[in-house]
Design a protein around this ligand. Structure first.
Ligand SMILES: Cc1cc2nc3c(=O)[nH]c(=O)nc-3n(C[C@H](O)[C@H](O)[C@H](O)COP(=O)(O)OP(=O)(O)OC[C@H]3O[C@@H](n4cnc5c(N)ncnc54)[C@H](O)[C@@H]3O)c2cc1C
Length: 475
């Protein structure tokens, strides 16, 4: 057998995803080259292998080598949230920032079929979409008064430049029922888990989407998703904790506690520096920690500077930053949450989308003379939400527009915080999420004075200024 290094592609045009997965799996026991292993395999033999090893003996990681690209179209943004809740996958979806929504581009939940509230749901969605459509030219005109045309700029170039700014404001009106397209790349192991959650979901739309995806998966990776099924466990937990939650009266949100650092490791900075030292020195962790603890602030600052100070944009800082964990309790508008949820390298626990935490009002909406229309739309959405919530809180979430606030518990580490803050505080990020990023950065720097200020949050903008500049009210 050749001893020369060989690197080649297992061609997905020629081999099925299951065969590719078995080809890799077999290298564990076979001295043959991958090419030879693949040559001997058929789809049937691959299925038998998976049946025995992946399904029978639980060697599930093999299924990660079978990848699918699944296109999902015309599902609600609530359904997209469920899909994107699966961290071990990749997604690209229709943007509320770069595209406009057509009228009637919303889903009607099948739970409302034949129900007296269906008409009210339809009326509210039509009203929200109509208000959204009417807001666009008003906001565009207002944008022209705020952002002057450059010398020699063509109509289309000027419109493109204005568009992100005014569409960013109009999007506060779009409800969660709005239809979106999303492309998902996922391996069969993650997909099986994702399907179990979809098939157990309280919303019929999500269960149907799960069934459709399962059908596709069964054609392409039949053995690997065979046992995807609804999990009664999820239903039971939901019932138990919802009942417990009803016994506790919630404190009314007054707009102040919207970004609370509820937990953090007080010795995290020393721990991170000690972990970096541990990587490069022949010391056990206790010794490394004792050495760092004995340094002066100045010496620690120098080490922090060496760790983060020269780390350029696009360079991922060392993994040792992951030893510092902290937890935020956040309240942010649904539009901003929708962006936050795309960050996979952290643990997010969102509450259901409701109208109970009030809504934000973008300043342009008010200054363009559209404020009263906006508030009326939000009031109507709130009333419809409350009427529908008596039937089903999950179904009621469909009518909630992006402007309403949402609570999410976020546990992350310094490394992923650095990435989140850099991306979401950048000048091209939406002002809602920039506000969150700047405030989180301030909170982190307060408790981690050495490393916090070196995270890559964009300087020169404060969250209070963002509130002042971009919002008339926040809840
Ligand atoms: C200006 C802007 C415009 C955007 N427009 C759109 C849009 O139109 N449509 C849209 O769908 N999204 C859009 N996004 C969202 C974007 O695509 C990301 O999903 C989001 O910013 C999360 O970033 P991330 O994937 O880098 O971070 P995280 O998910 O937090 O991951 C952190 C890091 O881990 C690594 N990582 C995590 N998972 C993987 C993986 N599976 N494979 C390889 N590396 C991984 C990467 O290095 C990544 O940077 C936009 C974002 C920005 C900033």
């Amino acid at each position: 057998m050749s001893k020369l290094r060989q690197v080649y592609l297992l061609d997905p045009q020629r081999l099925s995803p299951e065969t590719i997965a078995v080809t890799f799996a077999k290298t564990s026991r076979s001295p043959e080259s991958f090419r030879d292993i693949a040559e001997e395999l058929t789809d049937e033999k691959s299925a038998q292998f998976h049946e025995k090893w992946v399904v029978g003996y639980g060697h599930s990681s093999v299924a990660e080598h079978a990848t699918l690209h699944i296109a999902v179209e015309n599902v609600s943004r609530l359904a997209v949230e469920v899909l994107e809740g699966n961290r071990l996958a990749s997604f690209t979806e229709k943007s509320t920032r770069y595209q406009k929504w057509e009228e009637d581009a919303f889903i009607v939940p099948e739970e409302l079929e034949g129900h007296p509230l269906k008409q009210r749901y339809l009326d509210t969605c039509h009203m929200l979409f109509d208000t959204y459509q009417r807001s666009l030219p008003v906001l565009e005109q207002y944008a022209q008064t705020r952002i002057p045309r450059k010398a020699g700029e063509s109509d289309s170039a000027y419109e493109r430049r204005l568009r992100t700014d005014y569409v960013d404001v109009a999007r506060f009106l779009l409800p969660a029922a709005s239809m979106a397209n999303v492309g998902m790349t996922i391996n069969a192991r993650a997909l099986e888990h994702a399907l179990c959650k979809m098939l157990s979901h309280p919303l019929a739309e999500v269960r149907r989407m799960g069934e459709d995806i399962k059908e596709i998966a069964e054609k392409n990776v039949p053995t690997l998703v065979k046992y995807a099924h609804a999990l009664p466990y999820l239903q039971q937990i939901s019932e138990t904790f919802t009942a417990v939650g009803r016994q506790v009266s919630a404190i009314a949100f007054d707009g102040r506690q919207w970004c609370t650092l509820v937990d953090y490791d007080r010795s995290a900075e020393d721990k991170v520096l000690a972990a970096v030292l541990y990587r490069y020195a022949n010391l056990d962790f206790e010794q490394a920690a004792a050495y760092i603890a004995s340094r002066t602030i100045r010496e620690k600052l120098d080490l922090a500077q060496a760790l983060l100070g020269d780390c350029e944009t696009h360079t991922t800082p060392l993994r040792e930053l992951e030893h510092a964990f902290f937890t935020f309790d956040l309240i942010l508008d649904q539009g901003a949450y929708y962006e936050l949820k795309r960050h996979r390298m952290m643990t997010q626990t969102p509450q259901a989308l409701t109208t109970l935490l009030g809504h934000a009002t973008p300043r342009w909406m008010t200054e363009a003379g559209f404020g009263e229309t906006y508030h009326q739309a939000m009031r109507t959405a709130d009333e419809t939400y409350r009427a529908l919530a008596a039937l089903s809180p999950e179904v009621a979430s469909y009518v909630v527009p992006n402007g309403f606030n949402r609570r999410v518990l976020l546990t992350l580490n310094l490394r992923t915080a650095s990435h989140l803050l850099e991306l979401r505080s950048a000048p091209n990020a939406h002002f809602s999420i920039r506000r969150v990023a700047q405030r989180m950065s301030e909170e982190i720097a307060r408790v981690y004075p050495l490393l916090g200020p070196m995270l890559r949050c964009t300087p020169g903008e404060r969250w209070q200024e963002i509130e002042q500049t971009y919002f008339t009210s926040l809840y």
